[in-house]
Write a protein that binds this ligand. Structure first.
Ligand SMILES: *Cc1c(COP(=O)(O)O)cnc(C)c1O
Length: 359
């Protein structure tokens, strides 16, 4: 605490990211990263082209990257905004669209950055409870609002909201911006991009951090009507005109262009998710349905989620535990490689056996 801090810095509760341990040999299943390396094309462009370019400022508009994203989604490049991580694109989105008279609506159990951005930017919010079975219950969002945001699939629950429900919400909600945060959409969901032509107040946000294996590069993007994109550009150009460095632009573009590799990695994660869920259920876990690259799993009654997380950590496997209402009985486990998940299951079985009788 310092007397020089402004009011907002004194009172804000900053987001706490999952641990990035500086220890070798851990199986890291706590922050939903890709278990596979980036496309080999990323390697190629970085070694040849990039060093020469570093004395120049990068393209402030990330034109080629945006064109490449636009091609992937069969959109005009005017529908694409690129930023230095989707967290930053979300922050710009909150600034551009959510500072309104009415509160922003988002789920009570959701991505932890939303309430932080509300505090940072002085935005009123109203949390809408997930239903009993952890679905969004979008019918509850039909009320006065200054904006709506939710991840699809939701985080950290992993459940997918069907496109028809999002479409029905958009039909009723035309006076504020609806943001669908699709950080995990590539692992089995249908993107709301297909609704962009019909709904000028829809913004879809995605990231290169999960399905495109570039969490260390920090690249995210938003897709929406050109008038919304222009709003984001006005925010960007009032803070930092060059949010994406030259290396990030090249790497992200190379990853975007390599569709075969991307499809292959997503398919592998999905297949591993299916076998992991089956195995956890066999071991007595209660697992929420997931269309993401992680699962929410509740251990059998004789051991708490927190205790299981600690015991796994002793065996060099880190998973995420949230000491929060409604989800504190669950562990969030990122989907790693088949080998990593085998290792996880061996350890889980051992922990269950060791704790089964005594506790
Ligand atoms: C991981 C995640 C992000 C952040 O992605 P970055 O591009 O790495 O900042 C945003 N939203 C949700 C729901 C996420 O899980």
């Amino acid at each position: 605490m310092s007397k020089y801090w402004s009011e907002v810095v004194r009172t804000i509760e900053p987001y706490v990211p999952g641990e990035q341990p500086q220890v070798d040999g851990l199986i890291k299943l706590n922050t939903n990263e890709s278990p596979y390396p980036p496309s080999p094309e990323v390697n190629r462009v970085l070694s040849q082209e990039v060093v020469d370019r570093l004395r120049f400022y990068p393209d402030p508009n990330a034109t080629e990257l945006r064109q490449s994203i636009a091609r992937y989604y069969d959109l005009d490049a005017g529908y694409v905004f690129a930023g230095n991580s989707s967290d930053e694109v979300l922050a710009q989105t909150f600034m551009a669209f959510f500072q309104q008279e009415q509160p922003l609506l988002f789920p009570d159990i959701t991505y932890g950055f939303y309430p932080v951005y509300c505090q940072l930017f002085g935005i009123e919010s109203k949390k809408i409870p997930l239903t009993e079975d952890f679905t969004l219950g979008l019918e509850q969002y039909r009320q006065a609002n200054g904006g709506i945001i939710f991840p699809n699939p939701n985080a950290p629950t992993g459940q997918l909201t069907p496109l028809e429900a999002i479409e029905a919400l958009l039909v009723d909600n035309t006076e504020s911006v609806v943001v669908v945060d699709e950080a995990y959409i590539d692992f089995g969901g249908a993107s709301a991009v297909s609704l962009l032509e019909r709904f000028e107040n829809l913004l879809v946000v995605q990231t290169f951090s999960k399905s495109r294996a570039l969490a260390g590069m920090r690249v995210g993007f938003a897709l929406g009507n050109p008038a919304l994109i222009e709003g984001l550009e006005r925010v960007k150009n009032s803070f930092n005109s060059y949010p994406l460095d030259a290396i990030a632009q090249l790497a992200a573009q190379a990853a975007m262009e390599d569709r075969d590799y991307f499809d292959q990695c997503c398919r592998k994660v999905i297949a591993t998710r299916v076998t992991t869920i089956d195995a956890l259920v066999q071991l007595g876990f209660d697992v929420l349905p997931s269309q993401a690259n992680f699962v929410m799993a509740k251990p059998p009654a004789h051991i708490t989620a927190k205790h299981m997380a600690e015991k796994l950590r002793e065996r060099k496997i880190i998973v995420r535990y949230f000491a929060k209402p409604r989800i504190s009985d669950y562990l969030r486990i990122s989907i790693g490689t088949d080998e990593q998940m085998q290792q996880l299951l061996v350890c889980v079985r051992e922990i269950l056996e060791l704790t089964g009788v005594a506790e």
